[in-house]
Design a protein around this ligand. Structure first.
Ligand SMILES: Cc1cc2nc3c(=O)[nH]c(=O)nc-3n(C[C@H](O)[C@H](O)[C@H](O)COP(=O)(O)OP(=O)(O)OC[C@H]3O[C@@H](n4cnc5c(N)ncnc54)[C@H](O)[C@@H]3O)c2cc1C
Length: 501
């Protein structure tokens, strides 16, 4: 059922069993799971079905940090505030996190999820069809018929080849609008901006939400259970804004809300000249395997043993074919003194191809990388955010080390040679990011180390849960939305259990 909050009476009161805040990938995935149950579900969305300027401006804020100096519109430019959320401009790269991402890695402070990867695997299987990609096998050969025996760098124990799947990309707002609007037990409120979360005096449970419209009318939503699914920056902002009872913000007893923000730093570390055209290189360009309705493509990853040995974070490396290799790139590679002997022997006239290598790295969790509030107010009277994304010197070192290890390995197996542009003078060549907002309400069993517990429940409130990439303790090197949806489905199952549907 659809309700436009602009048409509600001022000071109206809405009651629900379950209130989901935010209709992005996370919120929509949870709401759909409750369709047809006997629960009265309320889904609150700040925007309308299409993006508008008033809503966009509510996302305005300030961006700073080691990595963002050149692009100050990060905070509003990487989010869409309307039904479907930021899946309105996502690209569709999909891949589960790796087993190692869930483990405590002694060389990465604050690493480790409060459960092992196998707890999430059944939910990845359920999440994949929502993103309109095939469920993931964990052995590349089972995903790509004919891949076995063609693994790129197949002699290498150091690097593994794995696949990203490309969602069409599914726009959750378009794809699932009918499911939500036609449901008789789900009420979708559009133009409904949550501005405050109230809780009992002892901050034991959440009681109600204050919701505002662009007409400056207000209404209240009371519910038995709440899910905060406003995206990785806004989840933290909303907790910090809700400071009537807990003065540092809801669930912020240990000053963790907003900390540990990260995205995936992307850098093009250089070019590779492959000596012969290797048939396995075709796996690095998007292709559609038999029986698939969508593209997939390969990336290289340092094997887990290599990550242990060299104390590396998780990293993926994309090979991007230079359509017309620039003369500069080829000359640079040919001129590299370490290559002369090899190239002379092989003759430069042999077929060869030049690829750029783009690293997408897991950033090391950093408590000083954070979302805070600034005094400036938005049009609904709420403080805006400041995002300070701080990468560590270790992040840069790890990217360089991984690049060098790949260069050595390509040389060792006689596949090609690498020309690196990453060095002291150019520490972040061609820097970019994913628009992935991760870590600001991290999950940990210990309330002193995490905002939510392993079921994504706010440690301090018995009826309040968080969905989205803000709960990830570490980001891995996969893009987050498949995991956001898998975690949302897991949360829906948990809620069904505690709400005894
Ligand atoms: C350019 C770009 C490319 C991307 N490409 C990929 C990719 O290839 N692969 C991948 O996995 N991920 C990608 N992402 C990330 C992906 O978009 C997000 O992971 C995903 O959209 C997060 O879903 P969410 O539901 O957690 O949050 P959101 O999509 O941000 O949804 C939050 C919802 O809450 C609503 N809301 C916010 N505040 C309020 C409020 N106060 N009151 C009421 N409603 C509110 C918003 O309108 C929105 O609908 C990309 C992101 C960007 C920016």
């Amino acid at each position: 059922m659809l309700i436009d909050a602009l048409e509600l009476e001022d000071n109206a009161i809405v009651d629900a069993d379950l209130c989901i805040m935010g209709a992005g990938a996370a919120g929509i995935s949870i709401a759909r799971e409750f369709h047809g149950t006997k629960l009265n579900v309320c889904l609150l969305e700040g925007g309308g079905f299409v993006y508008d300027e008033f809503s966009r401006k509510l996302y305005d804020g300030v961006s700073r940090g080691t990595y963002l100096v050149d692009w100050m519109h990060y905070v509003d430019g990487t989010r869409i505030r309307c039904f479907g959320g930021s899946t309105g401009h996502w690209v569709g790269w999909s891949r589960p996190l790796d087993d190692l991402d869930f483990e405590v890695r002694p060389w990465i402070a604050h690493s480790g999820w409060p459960f092992k990867s196998n707890r999430l695997k059944p939910y990845y299987k359920r999440a994949a069809p929502l993103l309109e990609v095939k469920p993931f096998g964990y052995d590349p050969a089972s995903v790509v018929p004919g891949f076995a025996g063609h693994t790129f760098l197949d002699n290498s124990p150091e690097f593994s080849t794995d696949f990203f799947h490309l969602s069409p990309p599914t726009r959750f707002g378009d794809r699932y609008r009918k499911d939500i609007v036609s449901s008789s037990n789900i009420r979708l409120f559009l133009n409904a901006n949550i501005t405050n979360i109230d809780c009992t005096g002892e901050a034991k449970s959440a009681t109600q939400l204050e919701v505002k419209t662009k007409k400056q009318t207000t209404f209240t939503v009371r519910a038995k259970y709440f899910v905060l699914a406003l995206g990785g920056i806004e989840n933290a902002r909303m907790l910090l804004l809700s400071d009537k009872v807990q003065q540092n913000g809801l669930g912020n007893d240990h000053d963790l809300v907003g900390r540990f923000f990260t995205d995936h730093p992307h850098v093009n570390f250089g070019s590779v000249l492959f000596f012969d055209h290797d048939p396995a290189l075709r796996f690095f360009d998007p292709f559609t395997p038999e029986g698939f309705n969508h593209h997939i493509f390969a990336v290289l990853r340092p094997a887990e043993e290599l990550q242990y040995k060299h104390r590396l974070p998780n990293i993926s490396m994309q090979l991007i074919k230079q359509q017309e290799p620039s003369a500069a790139a080829e000359n640079a590679i040919r001129g590299h003194h370490a290559l002369q002997h090899f190239l002379n022997k092989r003759s430069l006239n042999q077929p060869h191809s030049v690829y750029d290598v783009r690293i997408r790295s897991e950033a090391i969790p950093n408590p000083h990388s954070r979302v805070t509030l600034i005094p400036e107010l938005d049009a609904l009277g709420n403080r805006k955010v400041k995002l300070d994304w701080q990468l560590l010197a270790e992040d840069n070192l790890a990217i360089r080390d991984s690049a060098k290890l790949l260069a050595q390995e390509l040389g060792r197996v006689s596949k090609g040679r690498v020309q690196m542009v990453l060095n002291d003078e150019v520490p972040w060549p061609n820097p970019w990011f994913g628009g992935h907002h991760i870590g600001t309400t991290r999950m940990h069993d210990d309330p002193k180390q995490g905002v939510v517990d392993k079921n994504c429940r706010l440690h301090s409130l018995e009826n309040f849960y968080i969905a989205g990439s803000s709960v990830f303790p570490t980001p891995g090197c996969s893009n987050p939305t498949l995991t956001v949806v898998a975690m949302a489905l897991r949360l829906a199952d948990h809620l069904k259990e505690v709400m005894t549907v």
